[in-house]
Design a protein around this ligand. Structure first.
Ligand SMILES: Nc1ncnc2c1ncn2[C@@H]1O[C@H](COP(=O)(O)OP(=O)(O)O)[C@@H](O)[C@H]1O
Ligand SMILES: [Mg+2]
Length: 325
């Protein structure tokens, strides 16, 4: 490391704030193609944060810009409070990242690969090799060549490589890619345990279901732009709810409800009705639906509110976006 990079920020210099990642107006173009378009990203510390969007949405490009692997055209950003690129060396000393597929020397063992990486870091990094291998569950294979590792084991080795730097922030680009369901499950548990230790994990994914299961908060990105971001629970609070009503005579039940002022989409959905309630519909509407049916001599067996999954919400947001443009 050159003396200039130390001069950028003293090791004790602190830029503490609440955000693990903060960007403003971040933009990256490839010719006419705006891969990252005015991104305003706020990742709170100590959470698992999903950067969610379809393939080509600009997820990898955003991560590459954050890590300084490619330059932004405009905008500002900071990692763990350190403005980058000005204080990149200080910031990246506290960040571990896996972009694309983790790359290792196949003819070396997992442990030897980590030793190579540790040699480029502070002395303490070497002491973290054993614990990191144990932590990701590959200590028993640490002395096998990486060429013999499965995709899942390489991903774990990638996380172990991050952990030897004891990072406060981990940035994982599509960590579930190429993993079988068991591997995904293990990766999810590992991410949750890293967060439980107080670290922040930012992961990109096109797998809505995985983000919903793994992350506390999410930014949904489409064509380079963030459409929505926030805690998953808050985003779902703005989503529609389907009321499943199991009842006798569903066709007559629907006709009864359609004759009232309850302004909801009603479908016959065996064994009863599926009623789509818009966001913010009060509970009294549910009671009213029940009352209308019972007074109409319909037998109501069950009423259940089904919260829209993030997936259906995501699809409704992106299709609305497509429709309005
Ligand atoms: N090095 C590059 N040169 C030109 N275009 C690129 C480059 N990298 C990415 N892109 C384009 O930028 C857009 C976003 O790509 P990417 O960030 O890889 O999306 P994601 O990771 O969400 O799938 C795509 O249209 C892609 O073709
Ligand atoms: Mg990508």
């Amino acid at each position: 490391m050159t003396s200039t990079s130390f001069a950028e920020a003293s090791p004790n210099q602190s830029f503490e704030n609440q955000w693990a990642v903060e960007t403003h107006g971040l933009t990256k173009r490839f010719g006419e193609n705006v891969a990252v378009n005015g991104v305003e990203l706020l990742v709170p510390r100590g959470c698992a944060f999903g950067y969610l969007g379809p393939n080509g949405a600009g997820k990898t490009t955003l991560i590459r810009v954050l890590l300084g692997l490619t330059h932004a055209d405009s905008g500002t950003m900071s990692l763990l409070g350190f403005p980058v690129p000005k204080h990149r060396a200080a910031a990246l000393a506290r960040v571990g990242a896996i972009v694309d597929e983790p790359r290792f020397h196949g003819h070396l063992t997992g442990r030897q690969n980590l030793q190579l990486l540790a040699a480029a870091r502070e002395p303490a990094a070497r002491d973290r090799i054993g614990p990191a291998l144990e932590r990701v569950g590959i200590l028993h294979r640490a002395d096998d060549r990486v060429s013999k590792y499965s995709m899942g084991m390489r991903q774990r080795l990638g996380v172990a490589a991050c952990l030897i730097g004891d990072p406060q922030l981990l940035v994982l680009d599509e960590p579930m890619n190429g993993l079988d369901p068991a591997g995904m499950h293990e990766m999810r548990d590992m991410i949750l345990s890293l967060v439980a230790e107080g670290r922040t994990v930012v992961l990109s994914s096109h797998l809505l279901d995985e983000v919903e299961r793994t992350c506390d908060a999410v930014a949904i990105v489409d064509r380079g732009k963030i459409i929505r971001q926030g805690p998953i629970s808050e985003l779902l609070a703005g989503a529609t709810v389907v009321l499943q009503v199991d009842c006798s005579e569903p066709h007559r039940a629907r006709a009864l409800l359609e004759a009232t002022t309850i302004g909801a989409a009603i479908e016959v959905s065996p064994p009863g009705l599926g009623i789509t309630l818009s966001a913010g519909t009060g509970r009294e509407v549910v009671a009213e639906i029940n009352r209308v049916l019972v007074e109409g001599a319909i037998s109501v067996y069950r009423l259940q509110e089904i919260q829209a999954s993030l997936e259906s919400w995501f699809l409704s947001v992106t299709s609305r976006l497509g429709a309005s443009e």
